[in-house]
Design a protein around this ligand. Structure first.
Ligand SMILES: [Cu+2]
Length: 138
């Protein structure tokens, strides 16, 4: 009973803060829309780019999890309508990128040790759970 009450209070607090991880279905829908917007803006499919592209859209990195070989150049692009986004490999000791307006982006050479690396969107990781991972292979 106490546990149930605690769980209810926790759920209430989480919803009150607005921080809630999107479900896999929601992520899929967001990333499908992001891919569509990418193609409209850049004239080719996100998956057809010569280097992996991470689209930033609706507080989500698309794809949220990406696996690349060490040294791969990854492009991060904001395909949102109004919101600025950044990418920040904070745990790897790197500075935050600039905050990109819609249509802007930058590349990064993923020169990180093999393993999984979490990265954040500076303005949105805390409240909106805008967090991605890049898994580096040799
Ligand atoms: Cu963001």
């Amino acid at each position: 009973m106490v546990m149930r009450t605690l769980a209810a209070v926790a759920a209430l607090l989480i919803s009150a803060c607005g921080a809630r991880a999107a479900s896999p279905e929601e992520l899929k829908a967001i990333c499908e829309e992001a891919a569509k917007r990418y193609e409209e803006q850049f004239g080719s499919a996100q998956g057809a780019a010569p280097q992996p592209v991470v689209a930033m859209f609706k507080y989500t990195f698309c794809p949220r999890n990406l696996t690349v070989k060490r040294g791969t150049v990854v492009r991060f692009v904001n395909v949102d309508k109004r919101t600025t986004h950044s990418f920040w490999f904070r745990d790897a000791g790197q500075p935050e990128s600039e905050r990109f307006l819609p249509g802007e982006g930058a590349t990064m050479t993923i020169d990180l040790p093999p393993g999984e690396h979490k990265y954040l969107c500076g303005p949105h990781w805390e409240r909106e759970d805008m967090i991605g991972t890049i898994t580096v292979t040799q």
